[in-house]
Design a protein around this ligand. Structure first.
Ligand code: SF4
Ligand code: SF4
Length: 490
């Protein structure tokens, strides 16, 4: 394939190595009376994106011009309380719903009506490495600049997002921003590996006899998959934005949104269209590792021990500059710690269980087992802020209307409390971390069973110890008082 050629053509060449694990599709969302009808409608995605575009515009306006007190500004509360809570709930109960309704794509889609890029993103950039660096940097900068407390900067983050999506996708074909750049997208892709819904074909025979392959090539009415996921060989949710294009373009109505066992695709080691083999994608494994350790370091940034550690480091380094101190903490949490822990687990598995393959390949294969635990910690963390700060949208909406001289909603109720009793928060958090731990242990065992059938327990135990250690760290973090960011209680 030449540098500028589209990968779409190559995807539909029969691949002997492609052995997608396509179990029987489960319950199909498109079969539901109202929801199914809505999702089949060609403009379903746009109709979800438009309200979010309006909300994003209001957030930008309020962030740049409104009160710079975080709990009294729509930019900070909606971004760091409501959006993150709803995003994680959507991933937990359905799938990648935020990417489906992503407003950043609207200006980019509009621009593409007038200008169609002809170049492909250079091959050396078609991987997750760039997005991993951006994601790690984002975790760090979020803490360094207290983005959660800064409406003005939060507004600029949203503006930069719109601009980056527009620029990247105006320069290159396909959806390179979603697939290779967007840190939020990568977070959603990894999380959706444990979601219960998946966009997939209904009947493999129909695809085999299909001549047009519109789901990937597109047709005059609807484009094909811009993420290069060919339905016939698509496995799981990685890189799928739930954009619905394949559903609308398939002339045989052969693509649905089916239920599946959450996380089951993490055990699949077959070729994935547009992705390749997970076990051969070091970048993909590093993304999953950053996702999991990022959940812990992100929570660590909000509890009191981090301040004690920062003050101790300030004395040791003899500096009051927060950047190198926080940078060292994040570098340790996102790079050194996973490197050391996964290397130890990999070496023990290799030596004790006699598992074949290089150390790197062993680590790459087992890294996917960490995803459920990482997701559990993210759910626990984001739900905490969501349940605490849920009602903040009420006084903010009241004050927004009042600002425009409309007083029908009355005076702002700034004193509204959490949506759930505070005594319930810790059990909920621990429950999700416990569920994640259980999922990770189950996956690690099944990977050990698959890859080291002679010494399953020996291969499994080092990873079980790792998962349990991270789980204890998660429990400890959630048990500590956490800053109530984005709320007036904070
Ligand atoms: S999903 Fe539809 S368009 Fe794609 S190969 Fe199958 S039948 Fe053809
Ligand atoms: S497979 Fe592609 S076209 Fe279909 S929903 Fe996912 S990203 Fe969209």
């Amino acid at each position: 394939m030449s540098r500028s050629s589209s990968p779409k053509e190559s995807l539909i060449i029969p691949l002997k190595a492609a052995t997608p694990s396509r179990g029987e599709p489960g319950f199909d969302l498109l079969d539901l009376p109202i929801i199914g009808r809505f999702l089949r409608w060609r403009h379903a995605r746009t109709s979800l994106q438009l309200p979010l575009l309006v909300i994003a515009a209001i957030m930008i306006w309020d962030g740049l011009t409104g009160s710079q007190l975080a709990p009294k500004n729509l930019a900070t509360t909606i971004t760091w309380v409501h959006y993150r809570g709803l995003l994680i709930l959507g991933l937990l109960v359905a799938g990648n719903l935020f990417c489906m309704a992503c407003p950043f794509m609207l200006p980019r889609n509009l621009a593409r009506r007038f200008f169609q890029p002809t170049r492909m993103l250079p091959r050396y950039l078609r991987n997750k490495w760039g997005a991993i660096v951006i994601l790690g940097l984002f975790f760090f900068l979020y803490e360094l600049f207290d983005l959660w407390a800064t409406p003005w900067w939060t507004a600029w983050v949203i503006i930069i997002y719109f601009a980056a999506a527009l620029v990247v996708d105006s320069l290159f074909k396909g959806a390179p921003f979603c697939k290779y750049v967007c840190p939020l997208g990568q977070f959603n892709f990894v999380s959706s590996l444990v979601s219960p819904l998946e966009v997939k074909i209904r009947d493999p025979q129909t695809c085999s006899s299909c001549r047009t392959k519109d789901c990937i090539k597109g047709n005059e009415q609807v484009r094909g998959c811009e993420l290069w996921l060919f339905q016939e060989r698509k496995v799981g949710n990685m890189d799928c934005t739930f954009c619905l294009d394949c559903i609308h373009s398939c002339p045989h109505d052969n693509v649905g949104i089916s239920t599946r066992i959450p996380g089951s695709e993490l055990l699949t080691n077959s070729f994935r269209s547009g992705v390749g083999w997970f076990s051969k994608r070091l970048d993909m494994s590093v993304l999953m590792i950053i996702f999991t350790f990022g959940a812990l370091i992100n929570a660590f940034g909000m509890v009191s021990p981090v301040y004690a550690l920062q003050s101790w480091m300030a004395d040791v380094f003899n500096t009051q500059n927060e950047a190198p101190i926080l940078g060292s903490i994040f570098f340790f949490g996102l790079v050194i710690e996973p490197l050391v822990l996964l290397t130890i687990a990999g070496v023990v598995t290799q030596r004790w269980a006699g598992q074949s393959g290089s150390l790197l390949s062993i680590i790459t294969r087992y890294a996917s087992a960490l995803v459920p635990l990482g997701f559990g910690v993210w759910v626990a963390h984001y739900l905490f802020h969501f349940l605490i700060g849920f009602w903040t949208f009420v006084p903010l909406t009241q004050s927004l209307f009042a600002e425009f001289g409309v007083h029908v909603l009355g005076d702002p109720h700034w004193d509204l409390g959490p949506v759930a009793p505070e005594g319930l928060l810790n059990p909920v958090e621990w429950g999700f971390i416990g569920l994640g731990c259980f999922g990770s242990l189950l996956l690690a065992y099944q990977i050990a069973q698959r890859d080291a059938p002679q010494h399953t327990w020996r291969a499994f135990l080092p990873w079980a110890v790792l998962v349990l250690s991270l789980t204890i760290a998660g429990f400890w973090l959630m048990a500590l008082p956490m800053e109530m960011r984005g709320t007036s209680f904070g």
